[in-house]
Design a protein around this ligand. Structure first.
Ligand SMILES: O=P(O)(O)OC[C@H]1O[C@](O)(COP(=O)(O)O)[C@@H](O)[C@@H]1O
Ligand SMILES: [Mg+2]
Ligand SMILES: [Mg+2]
Length: 341
């Protein structure tokens, strides 16, 4: 496809071979409208007083940032009018969003992390929006939570919008990974990269090292060997990065390779959490993107996309990125039984 093609034309062309109805293109347009509005607010920040926290907590028990709530509202508003969705779920809502009576119901379900990297909002570090798209149950009835609890392999599309020095939309519909830059002058996402591939071997790992004392043996070994660099069994040096925005970490890995880990650990397990990141609107969409770019995504014990969901907001350990390094981490989990999860 020609670089510079608009997202809309790109999707229309891509959907031509599956004789899509145009509803999917419409849905993606709705999502990008929300992302453009969020990008504008993130960019203006203190100018329009959208930084800082609210008094309220989300279902995860986390204090919501103002932009967490605003981004969620913008996503709802962009999706509820055009008859492309049957329902919506998100990090910022305990249950699913039901369309008001009389609203046209569509064929898709959307799960989203309206603002990923919330701890970075107030310090002007890259944040993003993550989304996962599933087909709604046939028959057009009112969706229930169970309709959303499908393994990541059933996603029809996944993507994220990264609000960084430039605003980027990264998307897969199951035919590889494409990237689009927002050209603010024309208000359009324009194609900049297609068929993105992650190098199978990497020299960069990303993990929150402040949790090291809580990690289990396989993660200690994996990170230990990376840190030993050329003096260790791997015989090559690694650099380390930690942005604390999953979207930014995954984007870096798509561009130059790397491995990102947010494992479960004793601290999280003690709090009854199997990791920090959420399966349905963080791990699953990112795993689909990473796999479509030739990488791998695992819990340490299982391919993330094959995890059978039990809950809208369940957490999973995440190890993703350059295929050979992820497989090495998985092998260490197989060799050394973990004390956690
Ligand atoms: O603060 P920590 O422990 O480094 O965790 C950072 C991780 O938490 C997250 O911010 C969680 O996502 P939200 O900001 O959407 O809640 C990830 O983006 C990031 O990878
Ligand atoms: Mg998040
Ligand atoms: Mg979030």
């Amino acid at each position: 496809m020609q670089i510079g093609t608009t997202l809309t034309n790109y999707i229309i062309e891509n959907q031509r071979h599956v004789r899509a109805s145009g509803e999917f293109t419409g849905l993606l347009n709705d999502i990008t409208v929300a992302c453009k509005k969020i990008a504008d607010l993130v960019n203006k920040g203190d100018l329009i007083n959208v930084l800082g926290s609210t008094e309220s907590e989300n279902v995860q028990g986390e204090t919501q940032k103002k932009l967490d709530v605003i981004a969620n509202d913008l996503m709802i508003d962009a999706l509820r009018h055009n008859g492309h969705i049957a329902g919506l779920a998100s990090e910022e809502m305990a249950g699913i969003y039901h369309l008001p009576p009389g609203k046209l119901r569509g064929s898709y379900l959307v799960l989203s992390d309206p603002l990923d990297g919330s701890s970075n909002i107030d310090v002007n570090v890259s944040v993003g929006t993550i989304f996962s798209i599933l087909r709604a149950a046939e028959g057009g009835g009112e969706p229930e939570v169970a309709d959303f609890l499908r393994p990541g392999t059933e996603q029809v599309a996944a993507g994220y919008c990264l609000y960084g020095p430039s605003t980027l939309l990264v998307l897969t519909t199951g035919q590889g990974v494409s990237m689009f830059n927002l050209d603010r002058a024309v208000g359009e996402f324009l194609l900049t990269r297609e068929g993105v591939r992650i190098p199978p071997d990497c020299r960069e790992f990303a993990i929150n090292a402040s949790n090291q004392r809580f990690w289990d043996a396989p993660v200690q070994r994996f990170i230990g060997e990376c840190a030993q660099g050329r003096d260790g069994p791997l015989g090559r040096d690694f650099n380390m990065r930690w942005v604390a925005s999953m979207v930014a970490e995954v984007h870096r890995i798509l561009i130059r390779g790397g491995v990102f880990l947010y494992p479960s650990d004793r601290r999280l397990a003690a709090a009854g959490k199997n990791g920090k990141l959420r399966l349905m609107y963080e791990a699953n969409p990112m795993a689909m993107i990473v796999e479509q770019a030739g990488g791998a995504a695992s819990t340490g014990h299982q391919r993330i996309l094959e995890v059978e969901p039990q809950d809208l907001h369940q957490r999973v350990p995440v190890i993703l990125g350059s295929r050979n390094d992820v497989e090495r981490a998985v092998a260490y989990h197989a060799e050394a039984p973990t004390a956690i999860g």
